[in-house]
Design a protein around this ligand. Structure first.
Ligand code: NOJ
Length: 578
């Protein structure tokens, strides 16, 4: 055997041994390092962030103006809600041109400058991709509805009226709850899972899929770093439109999510787009169960990078939630993804009321402590944290009283539906006051001026009156503010990979007030202790936990003797473990 052959043989043996390595010895997906696992994502609702042209609507130049602020938070990526051309039936989630910027928000030049500014600051940009549906004002739909023979006809779902009424489909935003809309132009119904102005795209048509991949490549070529796929779990459909059982809408996810060839489409998207760029990918929703969620994100499937599951954020109902339920849900999800797959961690977004009003306590006394505690939770769990703009200040619900105060189509059409069905309108408004999406969409509170420094004109949605005291300017100069604490917490996460990759274990799961858990990696550990209540809370931690330094404490001190301690209301403490 000559030297080269020996070398090749050795190489072949080496490669074979790598392949045969038992799974337990391989690096698990959980610890394999990825920038998107280490990312701290800051979600910006552009309409509400900062207006620079005085029209009362936020814009891209506003984001550019605030890039240093965003950087100062310690976040490493921004997820932007849709910024494409749109008639704004659903604030940009109804796209009329996927390759253009919404006039309200600025121009493509602004976009390029914004992206450049982010990259100069080492901040990545995640774009929202809204392709379960488009706007009815998109050229594709205009063509599609114009005649049954039009080449774009099958870009959407049509049901010819001569076949009778289509089988009932539930719409989330329709004022009658009906997802089929009759269009007399071609005597047919089109499908819209959301509003009538959001017709569903026909993913079963390969041309539609190719259009979408081309759009995604257009943005990836511009240098964006990731995609969030809006409502994508609903994209694939059985186009024979079978009848669903009566009342299916109560569990519509079971009938709408992960249907047909959805996984094939994602694998195709992966081949066509994700595999060609260093971009992260996350879909809104994670299917009906863990199996669906794993099928979406396990690395060997080549679909998406991380799941964005709703069970956590759905825990809080208008009348509150129980800590036991909260712990159980987050522990169950963590353990289901301990070995494989990756999760998003979030408690708020643009579809929810404010973090502190929903999961904490927005009274004058407890707002700041509970906001700090909740941010500690989000930034100390395993998974990629998503922090919604304004939650770094502890912004609260605005709490509208009457229906005319709302801008959100979901709220307005929901109201019409309850009225139409003869339901309890009072109860609807009462629940809406605490749970409406508009609570989370009021303008960013930059300072105590008339429009909170968001705009010089009357904003599209009123600023919360409490901006006089809750605002960036006030909190930046206060070392004990929610904002200052938030920055310390992002730094702690960035300094300690164990907060990203470390194993999670719940401690004293039955404790009625405290949520405590450890995070451990490579012989190092931390203990997170969170008081979720408005009362002092004592806990005796197991002697096996050797508590070291306090890494962060949301309150000035801690009453403690060894492993026994009493946390003040909503206090959050993280210890190093020896
Ligand atoms: C989910 C988005 O998060 C929400 O804001 C939007 O209304 C629907 N999808 C429809 O696009």
């Amino acid at each position: 055997m000559n030297k080269l052959t020996t070398l090749l043989l050795l190489l072949a043996l080496f490669l074979a041994s790598c392949q045969q390595q038992p799974e337990s010895q391989q690096q698990t997906t959980q610890t394999s390092q990825k920038w998107w696992k280490e990312a701290i994502i800051y979600q910006i609702y552009p309409r509400s962030f900062k207006d620079t042209d005085g029209d009362g609507v936020g814009d891209l130049k506003g984001i550019i103006e605030k890039l240093d602020y965003i950087k100062s938070l310690g976040v490493t990526a921004v997820w932007l809600n849709p910024i494409y051309s749109s008639p704004n039936d659903d604030n940009g989630y109804d796209v009329s041109d996927y390759r253009n910027i919404m006039a309200d928000f600025g121009t493509m030049e602004d976009f390029d400058l914004m992206l450049k500014g982010m990259h100069e600051r080492d901040i990545k940009l995640i774009m929202d991709v809204v392709v379960n549906h488009s706007s009815d004002e998109h050229e594709w739909f205009k063509q599609s509805r114009s005649s049954r023979e039009n080449p774009y006809r099958h870009y959407y779902h049509w049901w010819p009226a001569e076949k009778g009424e289509p089988p009932y489909r539930y719409s989330l935003f329709d004022e009658k709850g009906d997802a089929w809309k009759y269009d007399s132009l071609t005597n047919a119904y089109y499908l819209h899972y959301f509003s009538q102005k959001q017709p569903d795209l026909n993913w079963e048509n390969p041309k539609v899929r190719q259009e979408v991949y081309d759009i995604m490549k257009f943005w990836a070529d511009k240098g964006v770093d990731g995609f969030r796929l809006d409502a994508f779990q609903f994209a694939a459909k059985d186009t024979t439109y079978p009848a669903f059982p009566e009342g299916f809408e109560k569990n519509f996810i079971d009938y709408y999510a992960m249907q047909g060839n959805l996984h094939e489409y994602l694998q195709e998207m992966h081949r066509e787009v994700f595999s060609k760029y260093d971009v992260m990918s996350v879909a809104e929703g994670a299917g009906r169960n863990f199996e669906d969620a794993h099928n979406l994100v396990d690395e060997d499937r080549n679909e998406l990078n991380m799941a964005y599951a709703f069970e956590g954020v759905d825990i809080a109902k208008p009348d509150g939630y129980s800590l036991g339920h909260f712990k159980e849900v987050f522990t169950r999800w963590d353990s289901a993804f301990a070995e494989k797959g990756w999760l998003s961690i979030f408690l708020a977004n643009h579809d929810q009321a404010r973090l502190v009003s929903r999961f904490g306590n927005d009274s004058t006394v407890f707002r700041a402590p509970s906001a700090k505690m909740l941010n500690t939770f989000i930034l100390s769990m395993r998974g990629t944290p998503y922090c919604y703009f304004g939650d770094e200040l502890g912004m609260t619900n605005i709490g509208f009283e009457t229906i005319d105060q709302y801008q959100d189509i979901a709220a307005i059409n929901g109201y019409k539906k309850v009225k139409h069905q003869g339901g309890d309108v009072e109860k609807y408004l009462k629940d809406l006051k605490v749970s409406s999406r508009d609570n989370g969409r009021t303008p960013m509170q930059w300072n105590d001026s008339e429009y909170a420094g968001f705009s010089t004109a009357k904003p599209w949605l009123p600023v919360n009156e409490n901006h006089k005291t809750i605002n960036v300017a006030a909190q930046e100069s206060d070392p004990n503010s929610v904002l200052s604490y938030f920055k310390k917490m992002t730094q702690l996460r960035k300094d300690h990979p164990l907060l990203v990759y470390g194993d999670y274990e719940i401690i004293e799961p039955e404790h009625p007030q405290i949520y405590a858990y450890t995070r451990k990696l490579d012989g190092k550990g931390m203990l997170v202790v969170l008081n979720f209540s408005a009362y002092d809370a004592g806990i005796q931690l197991p002697a096996t936990l050797l508590l070291g330094d306090i890494m962060i404490n949301s309150e000035p001190g801690l009453e403690r003797r060894g492993n026994a301690m009493t946390l003040r209301p909503y206090q959050a403490v993280i210890f190093a473990l020896n």
